[in-house]
Design a binder for this molecule. Sequence first.
Ligand code: SF4
Ligand code: F3S
Length: 106
Amino acid sequence: TFVVTDNCIKCKYTDCVAVCPVDAFFEGPNFLVIAPEICIDCALCVPECPAEAIFQDTELPPDQAEFLPINAQLCREWPNITELKAPPEDADQWNGVADKLPLLER
Ligand code: SF4
Ligand code: F3S
């Protein structure tokens, strides 16, 4: 599966959603996650993310490992998102800010 990681938090550009052929993305207030049961490992979403926040689980940077269970859990709680939408107005200001996990809204 592919995994959405820290830099998506408060950026949430949603370009990833537009290309996913199986609608594997689920939407929280300021973050998206991928459902591992749905993702078919096509990798199409990776280059679409302006925040470079998506990694294959086998290539997750060690400091992003906690996002694997976070994606698996929150995809069960959040609604499916299937279409591009406008990002937060301040998304660009948060792109590249490290360690945003404390800011994740559930
Ligand atoms: Fe969707 Fe492919 Fe990204 Fe998985 S890797 S979330 S199937 S676009
Ligand atoms: Fe997040 Fe990147 Fe998608 S910022 S919403 S993973 S395009």
